[in-house]
Design a binder for this molecule. Structure first.
Ligand code: 89V
Length: 341
């Protein structure tokens, strides 16, 4: 049984904590939140004995018994809390996006390395059931060598209602959704060689960009169009689904609404599904996203226990963060960015 503390009991803790209990093998020892009453509510709900509104006090009292901390705060505090936990020699799981800024992310990774602790990023989109199924079908070889893809997260969902701080970010959709979607692109197609990006802000009530179109050339030669938008009023609202079309030399795979995967080859089309598990605690409006937290946590736990490899180590996720900031760089300079130069 690994003992852990949760730092931050906001919106995502409502799902991340039950997802831990779904996985099992962990004991939640303490909770921190800057507004103590919120942490107390969680403590009652999940039967946690220790509540703090001072993170140093939590670490002073519990660092010796803890195996890891799970940081579930907004992005601007990730480096701060990571440094605190790492200084006590604790392994850390930190919510995506890793940090606000490429340099801050680089420093977080280095701080972890220097302290000899393990730093993992809670990147859950690649753990969604339909995305795992899509990867499985690509890897089966049924469509042959993939040469072209589109990965889309386009919606008009009022995301700011549940996560108001997102409206305050100077850099919004590429950090919040791009960190997911570009990670999905890496998961499906490997590393990128270059990218070009254009962004815009449609919603006048938010600070950052709410539309980003990224064209990636992957090292495999595949070209991938990653499109994301929170300004898309479409016939069928897709939130929170990621849709995709992958074309290969022998066919295509389309990941559509309702978790359908349509595989077309010269002999016709067959349909399969990648449905999420509908846990009792998830919010149905976020079903596929919340369900993926369980598989993500399971993979993180395997890394912490040393029984398996965690996919989303900070080192690995840094490559996703590089793409996020390369995309901003590209949009600002209107230039193709070559990743390995
Ligand atoms: O996972 C996330 O980053 C969330 C949501 C799925 C709502 O966009 O912000």
């Amino acid at each position: 049984m690994l003992k852990f503390a949760v730092i931050g009991t906001g919106f995502w803790a409502n799902y991340q904590i039950p997802a831990w209990f779904e996985v099992g093998g962990v004991e939640l020892v303490a909770l921190y939140n800057r507004t103590r009453s919120r942490a107390e509510g969680f403590a009652q709900q999940f039967n946690v004995a220790n509540v703090y509104d001072d993170v140093d006090e939590l670490l002073d009292q519990h660092a010796a018994e803890l195996d890891f901390v799970d940081i579930i705060t907004d992005v601007d505090t990730h480096s701060f809390f990571t440094a605190k936990a790492v200084a006590r020699g604790l392994d850390v799981i930190c919510q995506k996006p890793m940090s606000s800024g490429l340099e801050a992310a680089r420093q977080m990774v280095e701080v972890g390395h220097r302290a000899g602790v393990r730093l993992f990023i809670h990147e859950n989109f690649r753990w969604q059931a339909p995305i795992r199924k899509l990867k499985e079908i690509i890897d089966s070889g049924v469509i042959g060598r993939p040469f072209k893809a589109r990965v889309s997260f386009c919606s008009a969902f009022p995301v700011f209602d549940n996560q108001p701080f997102l409206a305050e970010l100077d850099q919004f959709i590429l950090t919040d959704i791009g960190s997911h979607i570009l990670d999905v692109c890496r998961f499906l197609f490997g590393e990128a060689e270059s990218l070009y990006c254009q962004t815009s802000r449609v919603n006048p009530r938010i600070k950052g960009e709410d539309v980003a179109n990224v064209l990636l050339r992957m090292q495999s030669g595949l070209t991938c169009y990653a499109e994301m938008s929170y300004a898309s009023i479409l016939e069928r609202e897709a939130f929170p689904q990621t849709l995709a079309l992958v074309e290969g030399e022998n066919g295509s795979i389309q990941l559509t609404h309702d978790f359908q995967l349509r595989i077309t080859t010269r002999t016709g089309t067959v349909t399969t599904e990648g449905r999420p598990t509908l846990y009792s605690w998830l919010d149905p409006a976020y079903a596929v996203v919340h369900a993926s937290i369980v598989d993500c946590n399971r993979n993180l736990l395997a890394g912490l226990q040393g029984t398996g490899q965690t996919e989303t180590t900070a080192d690995d996720n840094f490559e996703t963060i590089r793409l996020v900031y390369a995309a901003y760089d590209s949009a600002t300079r209107n230039k193709v960015i070559y990743l390995n130069r």
